[in-house]
Design a protein around this ligand. Sequence first.
Ligand SMILES: Cc1cc2nc3c(=O)[nH]c(=O)nc-3n(C[C@H](O)[C@H](O)[C@H](O)COP(=O)(O)OP(=O)(O)OC[C@H]3O[C@@H](n4cnc5c(N)ncnc54)[C@H](O)[C@@H]3O)c2cc1C
Length: 410
Amino acid sequence: MSNQVVVAIVGGGPAGLFCAFELLNSKIEGIEVHLYEQTGGVGKKFLVAGNSGLNLTHSEKQEEFAKKYFKDEARFRSLLKDFNANDLIEWANTLGTETFIGTSGRVFPKKMKAADILHQWMNSLKSHENFHLHLKHSLTNITADGDLIFKHDHSNKTQKADYYILAMGGGSWTKTGSDGAWMEYIEALGVKTAPLKAMNCGFEINWSKHFQDKVDRGFVKNIVVSNESQNARGEIMLTPYGVEGGAVYAISNGLRDELEKSVSTKLHIDFKPDLKRQDVIEKLSRRNKDSLTNRLRKNLNFDKIATSLLYEVLDRSKAQEDVNYLAAMVKDCEIEVLRARPMDEAISTSGGVCFESLNDDLSAIKNNQYYFVGEMLDFEAPTGGYLLQGCFSTAYRVVKSIKEKEGINV
Ligand SMILES: Cc1cc2nc3c(=O)[nH]c(=O)nc-3n(C[C@H](O)[C@H](O)[C@H](O)COP(=O)(O)OP(=O)(O)OC[C@H]3O[C@@H](n4cnc5c(N)ncnc54)[C@H](O)[C@@H]3O)c2cc1C
């Protein structure tokens, strides 16, 4: 077929699968899509994400949304102009997935589980006869000429294509296939990479034995956590080794970077972010004949877990006597953080292919047949649906570019 356009996608996560979906529905004449995946199935991390409630995207305004991509705010403002949260919701609707907005503004599927969505998604791809899925094919090398070498059944295979889309994910949860091994050979394509690092991860704290036994996986809600340069409102989860949860994840890149420079760093907790310190003093001055626990509970609605956390840090006899000290601890409880949990446990990773090596359409400046999408790109964002939205928006940009190159009006 002379007008055949062959696209090879490497990586069967949401970013690669969305590229395949968009390409097969792109009206590019003679399009043939080959999707290579190193494990025995696609979307394994997507399924893992579904285990804790699949958060597809977020409902906040686009300006605020783009800020969640930290250093890449401007780039994502542009990517979101092309494909934003509403576009993602609309696309999910086409697979039969209705969505709802949770109290935190996060967007979730209403009834369908991640496995159902993936099933519909794959059915749609497989309904195209020009879609070719190559499972258990691992990209193991890239030659100086840019040929992709796949390992399958102990032998090597190459795939020639007009366009190559690399969607191999980050470096956490390696059992899902996202092993980051591509970092070893990707620079052959003339792109720079930044080291993969844990993002949206837990942190280790030297809790007392008593505390470890008491608060396994307890939540402290509606607090503000901060480090040297960031703060986030939300909840944290206390674990025997330290701390996790949405608010900690949101400042995890800052904590991680501080720990790279120093043996430990400080996590600050404001238990009552809606009250000024003077208000806290006034409230705590009431019922001052009560026990400390009761004063905290009755005057400030402290529950058992929050109280245990505060007691882990403060000097109780001093707090009983000195309301100013107690209020100061309620507003700024400082905890020493020792290290980030291992990268493999992280929800996402920072680092990967640097945007400075890429054109705006996410193709390599040195070889614009090769595109990069999803988590293998060097961006970071907190949890809240920003990660999947990032995968979909980058994938959309790449397919838009291929369509333009093939003369399709976008
Ligand atoms: C516990 C958990 C919960 C999460 N919850 C959410 C959530 O609710 N909302 C949200 O937005 N995000 C969430 N995420 C993050 C989200 O799952 C990822 O951002 C997303 O899966 C990244 O998509 P991707 O396609 O870029 O990469 P991946 O999903 O990592 O897929 C990459 C694929 O490439 C394949 N691959 C890798 N190397 C090769 C190779 N050499 N050859 C062939 N194939 C290869 C891998 O096997 C894998 O299938 C969560 C992540 C985790 C771990």
